[in-house]
Design a protein around this ligand. Structure first.
Ligand SMILES: *[C@@H]1O[C@H](CO)[C@@H](O)[C@H](O)[C@H]1NC(C)=O
Length: 207
């Protein structure tokens, strides 16, 4: 019973939140107007009422839409996105995919055009090819892969240099120890013959 109450309360709160007008926008019934409010992609509301039928986002400074922003708006009948500074790199893929999923009646007259990069300025987002977008796409993970390759190469080179140094050192050490052994043997045999000499001297003197 208590759980049910809590659930209905939660649902109520959720519904209330989803039907309240997003900050910085004005609402008339199911029409949400966020146009001409100098919105950037970071100051854009994080969600819109799910029952929104008309959404105005035109004449702002939007560069990207966060992934999934429009996915819940199943009642949407019209949306305006023109007059923004859309950046046509990887970040535009969500908006393009969303527009491609909509009936053409909704998207054909949107006029959503790229503002940058310069090579794509003025192009309609919905007609961009994947190559158009990927060309201008800056893959941080490619840089990362390149950096790790370079690191790996340097690491291997250092390892090889250390190995060579070790081999040279071992060779030198071997030579040194050989020399040392030889000198030791020589001094030992010299000492032996010296002792022998002493012995003969001793023997001679005893006679
Ligand atoms: C939307 O809001 C802007 C800015 O306040 C206003 O100029 C415009 O007339 C509004 N449009 C509609 C359809 O309410």
């Amino acid at each position: 019973m208590k759980g049910l109450l809590l659930l209905s309360l939660l649902l109520h709160v959720k519904c209330q939140r989803s039907s309240t007008c997003p900050p910085l926008c004005s609402c008339h019934g199911r029409q949400v107007n966020c146009s001409s409010r100098s919105l950037t992609s970071s100051s854009l509301p994080t969600g819109f009422p799910t029952e929104t039928t008309e959404l105005h986002l035109h004449n702002n400074h939007l560069t990207h839409l966060p992934n999934g922003l429009l996915d819940d708006l199943t009642s949407l009948r019209s949306i305006s996105l023109h007059g923004n500074s859309w950046v046509c790199d990887c970040g535009i893929l969500y908006l393009r995919a969303w527009m491609l999923r909509q009936p053409s009646s909704l998207t054909s007259h949107l006029g959503v055009t790229c503002y940058s990069p310069p090579s794509l300025r003025g192009r309609l987002v919905v007609y961009l090819t994947e190559e158009d977008i990927l060309e201008s796409c800056h893959y941080w993970y490619c840089d990362l892969a390149l950096a790790s390759q370079v690191c790996l190469f340097v690491f291997v080179a250092v390892q090889a240099a250390l190995l060579v140094a070790l081999l040279v050192f071992l060779r030198k050490f071997e030579r040194l120890s050989k020399v040392a052994r030889r000198t030791m043997e020589e001094s030992f045999t010299a000492g032996e013959s010296q002792r022998e000499n002493d012995y003969t001297v001793l023997k001679d003197s005893s006679i």
